[in-house]
Design a binder for this molecule. Structure first.
Ligand code: MTE
Length: 337
């Protein structure tokens, strides 16, 4: 098994690194978020650390994020023996159609998105509906670093260190009613700042919508992310709040969320509405079920180029089979793709 979830037997980074080094690395990350550039890594930094953090551009973290950062549970879940994708690739090869359809468009255009103030509506089949400023919305949650594979349906992949909290913690707060069977997420709709939403050629009926079955959302791997690479989310990666479900194709991981609804019927999701024969509701990573136009058996791990394509076999459920396969027991995954 490549994934590590720290149970009583789990080994955390702080267990294998001398405490002084561990703490100074965390202080270094804190400095990044406070706005100080990390120009060089200390002597003791491992090659893996250098790859992960050397090119991280410091952001302008909102104060609630900076306050929560010292208590982040680092490497709560990680991927063994697969290097973290460089920050530059993770932030310059994106899908965020609200800002354009080329991979470089989100980095070029998403700077105009204002993520502070931000509010999130929680509604539908819940005992405690409400509209929250993001700072208040985030108050109850302990943040964790989750290093996950990200596999896009287009057959490229990355390994990203997210910072977020389990959706199960949110569900505990909002108290779903017995009628709640699915959770629906909606992205901001603001054509003034999102050029893709102004385009007459867009296939998408905005806003971008995604959803999960309630038991999928309760799985400990499913998180809402507010940061990556030790800092807050860059806009092009879905600031200030996005979904991350690592065993599903990347299009399930809806960005810049403004509404979370508990519903009784399966929500109409964006890509399924556009082409249901190509993109299913479940969208579980599955090397045995090809996309009608290409194989899903292999993937290009970024960075990849003409001379080093970095192709690898795709893993069932993106390598998270032990954690999630039971959610689909008895289902025909060729039909429910
Ligand atoms: N969310 C919104 N709102 N709009 C989008 O176009 N693209 C999806 C997903 N979330 C998308 C979105 C797709 S297809 C992928 S692969 C991932 O975001 C990409 O996330 P990344 O750019 O952070 O790698």
């Amino acid at each position: 098994m490549l994934i590590k979830i720290p149970k009583s037997s789990g080994c955390r980074e702080s267990d294998v690194t001398p405490e002084s080094l561990y703490l100074s690395r965390r202080q270094m990350l804190g400095a990044t978020v406070a706005g100080l550039a990390v120009s060089s890594l200390p002597q003791w930094a491992s090659a893996a650390d250098a790859a992960r953090y050397a090119d991280v551009e410091p952001g302008k973290a909102p104060s609630w994020f900076a306050e929560k950062l010292p208590s982040v549970q680092w490497e709560a879940v990680t991927v063994k023996n697969e290097p973290i994708t460089p920050f530059k690739d993770a932030t310059h090869y994106n899908n965020f159609y609200e800002f354009g359809t080329d991979k470089g468009d989100p980095a070029a255009n998403a700077g105009s998105l204002k993520t502070e103030p931000w509010s999130v509506v929680v509604d539908g089949e819940v005992g405690k509906p409400g509209r929250y400023g993001l700072e208040d919305f985030m108050k109850p949650y302990q943040l964790e670093e989750r290093i996950y594979r990200l596999r896009c349906v287009e057959a490229w992949s990355m390994v990203i260190p997210w910072i977020g909290f389990p959706i199960s913690a949110l569900l505990k707060q909002v108290e779903p009613t017995s009628k709640a069977k699915y959770i629906r997420f909606e992205t901001l709709q603001d054509p003034k700042v999102m050029p893709g939403q102004r385009s007459g050629f867009a296939l998408i009926d905005w806003p971008y919508v995604e959803g999960l079955r309630l038991d999928e959302a309760m799985n400990p791997l499913a998180i809402l992310a507010v940061g990556m690479y030790g800092r807050e989310l860059p806009n092009q990666n879905g600031a200030p709040l996005r979904l991350v479900v690592p065993w599903k194709y990347g299009f399930k991981s809806v960005k810049s969320i403004v509404r979370i609804s508990l519903v009784s019927e399966q929500p109409k999701t964006t890509w399924q509405s556009i082409a249901s024969d190509e993109y299913g509701f479940y969208a579980n990573v599955n090397p045995m079920v090809d996309h009608p136009r290409w194989t899903q058996a292999r993937e290009r791990r970024l960075p990849s180029g003409l001379f080093s394509p970095n192709v690898r076999d795709t893993l069932m459920f993106n390598g998270y089979q032990d954690e999630v396969a039971s959610l689909y027991a008895g289902m025909d995954l060729r039909k429910d793709y």
